[in-house]
Ligand binder design. Sequence first.
Ligand SMILES: [Zn+2]
Length: 138
Amino acid sequence: MIKYSLSCDCGKIFDSWFSSSSEYENLREKKLISCIFCESSSVKKSVMSPNLLSKTNKIDSKTKFQKDIKKQIIGFKKFIEKNCKNVGEDFPREARSIHYDKKKSQGIYGKATPKETAELIDEGIEVATIPWIDKTEN
Ligand SMILES: [Zn+2]
């Protein structure tokens, strides 16, 4: 006896026993194997170890996703460095002066602690935080 996991077009997977693999092929050709849920004969052997497969795929796509994010952040960082002024540690002060004095200014970027960032946002100042990746980290 041999046990196969069968999957149906309706999305269900169920186990079925056959005396041999050729019996399975035989029955399948004659469309004598039917889904125990919807009685359709569009059933086929499902992949032997679906859990392992999907797990591996997940890891791969996650790594790719992280790489894409990193690429985007590096691109964003380049854009900021080119178009905005680096004010370093002065960021909270500079951001306030632009906001309150209604100064016309190019964008600025710099460092702020999470607390300082929260205070700026509280005051209605538009601040975006992005993860900063060092180019050397590639
Ligand atoms: Zn079915």
